[in-house]
Write a protein that binds this ligand. Structure first.
Ligand SMILES: Cc1ncc(COP(=O)(O)O)c(C=O)c1O
Length: 390
């Protein structure tokens, strides 16, 4: 079966953060939304079918995690990631950011330190700080067009940190960390007594030929010292269902986290959460491979377009997912001027790079998970804006 990702679907009026949220955020409606990380493609059809089928039974009573929920996760991790887990290693979490917040509460005290590697997905440090923990920033280094880890700096910064919050793969840089990099992270964190929270929400969107490495599979030190968060939400475009899970190999850590979650029933999912995960993982292979091929073509399209028409903006080519960090520093604008160019001149709604930490100044984050015709229109608008203004 061939899925049609070129179809333009009007998402206005669906209470979509990305679309309906534009007016509240920018005070205008005439921007193409290319910010929040969801896709403008139809949610995978087998997920929609499973939800519709359940709705045919018109009693929406209390539910529990169906057997298929755990079975489908176990099957997916085995076939897609080469990871054999047992159902008891899984704990449901109502979203990964909330899962991170629960982990912060469970494993740290107020005033404790948690390390993040900016530029990075902003809730990593915002959730840390708003929960009265200290965020330690250990910046990545942009080298040869990709973000790299300066391990001497990393080793220094991580001392005294209770947690490392790792985006694996990385958002917004799109890096797929190599086994060697992850091994070093595991070794250093084991030495410094820092628990690793590996957020692998973008893992299923790793773009060939890159290969995702699950942190827990890297080494025994990694396996015994990590919580791995995963979800089908990004890959199958169902983040509104707030359905994710954490895998904890270390029995002691697992018991501690599960006990914490259970005490407040935070680990109770809703009816559609369990069903949608089971549907995505039971039927997802072909759809996912096709959406990945489409995203890769959008990445190629963006790269060629920028090179040919807007050479002053360079993109950091993502090795995973559909978010592209645009290096706009050559335009010579300050952050306010850069935002003005994108919004007022190009009529585009992107994420301001500085949101991800001060290392993101001079950058904008572009979401290309949209039909190609929209992407082309957006890039044309950007080209015209740059030509008029710079
Ligand atoms: C690295 C990363 N983690 C977590 C999330 C959000 O996850 P959730 O909606 O499950 O909280 C995102 C969304 O963009 C993300 O990029």
């Amino acid at each position: 079966m061939n899925y049609n990702f070129d179809e333009i679907i009007d998402r206005n009026g669906t209470d979509s953060v990305k679309w309906d949220g534009v007016e509240g955020r920018w005070g205008r409606k005439d921007l193409i939304p290319m910010w929040v990380a969801d896709m403008d493609f139809r949610t995978a059809p087998f997920v929609i079918a499973a939800l519709k089928k359940r709705l045919e039974h018109e009693v929406l009573g209390y539910t529990f995690a169906c057997k298929k929920w755990a079975e489908s996760i176990v099957g997916w991790l085995r076939t897609r990631h080469g990871w054999t887990v047992r159902p008891e290693m899984l704990t449901f979490t109502p979203g990964i950011v909330r899962g991170l917040a629960f982990a912060i509460h469970c494993f740290t005290q107020k005033g404790d330190k948690a390390m993040v590697m900016p530029p990075v997905y902003h809730p990593f440090f915002l959730v840390t700080q708003k929960n009265e923990r200290e965020a330690v920033f250990s910046p990545l280094v942009l080298k040869d067009g990709q973000y790299q880890i300066d391990f001497a700096r990393f080793r220094q910064d991580v001392q005294g940190c209770k947690l490392l919050v790792l985006s694996n793969p990385h958002n917004p840089g799109g890096r797929v960390w190599t086994k060697e990099e992850l091994t070093q992270i595991a070794d250093i964190c084991h030495e410094s007594g820092t628990l690793v929270i590996s957020d692998e929400i973008h893992a299923d969107l790793t773009l060939p030929p890159y290969k995702h490495s699950t942190f827990a599979l890297i080494s025994e030190k990694a396996r015994m010292n990590s919580l791995v968060f995963m979800s089908p939400s990004k890959a199958f475009n169902m983040p509104g269902l707030a359905s994710s899970y954490v895998i904890i190999e270390n029995e002691e850590l697992r018991h501690r986290f599960h006990t914490y979650m259970e005490a407040s029933e935070f680990n109770e999912g809703h009816l559609f959460a369990y069903l949608s995960v089971a549907a995505a993982y039971s039927h997802g292979t072909e759809w996912l491979d096709q959406v990945l091929a489409y995203i890769k073509e959008n990445v190629d399209f963006t790269e060629s377009y920028l090179k040919e028409h807007i050479p002053a903006i360079r993109m950091i080519r993502p090795q995973a997912s559909y978010l592209i960090f645009l290096d706009c520093r050559e335009l010579g604008l300050n952050q306010e001027e850069l935002n003005r160019l994108f919004v007022e001149e190009a009529h585009l709604a992107l994420n301001d790079g500085a949101t991800f930490g001060k290392e993101g100044e001079g950058f904008m984050r572009l979401n290309i998970a949209c039909p190609r015709a929209i992407l082309e229109r957006a890039l044309k608008q950007l080209e015209q804006a740059v030509n008029r203004n710079v």
